[in-house]
Ligand binder design. Sequence first.
Ligand code: GLN
Length: 196
Amino acid sequence: MNIGVLALQGAFREHIKMLRQLSAAAVEVRLPQQLAGLDGLIIPGGESTTIAKLAAAYGLMEPLRRFAAIKPTWGTCAGMIFLAKALEDSDQPTLGMMDISVDRNAFGRQIDSFETALSITGLGGAPFPAVFIRAPVVTAVAGDAQVLARLADGRIVAVRQGRLLATAFHPELTGDLRLHDLFCTIVKEGAAKKPA
Ligand code: GLN
């Protein structure tokens, strides 16, 4: 199982470390040809405007769309913004792959970052320690996108739509491997469906 991590900007090294702890082969992706042979892709947190600009500059927009159209892809924070079909407060380009609307800087300046224990559908055990940094929230889901987690005030912070996963927080900045493990399971299911 080969999982790529988009390594244009942001917290890609941390995702790679987590994947390797789960014994998945993890590689940095900066060029379109590096998507070949991958079974899944993580788009990390960072700054979505920068990730979008660099992806366009490296000719990655269409290759990333083609990849996410058939392979498991998980966006965390800025990566979630990048996967969304609609943004509330910005006309910056996105891949437009998930039926979610996203408010980019939902917490404004008054709460720059915080950590909270989240109950996430499909994850067993204790609540997940979720780290939010200038985080977005999902303001609407459509199609077959399913809400996996909400904050105590009801705002949506994790969504799954088939092979696509989006989390508003940074699971790679905690020691908790359960979401990376869930993504590896989605990737394995995707690989198992491939024709022989
Ligand atoms: N709000 C940031 C953006 O617009 C995302 C922050 C993050 O990824 N930690 O890209």
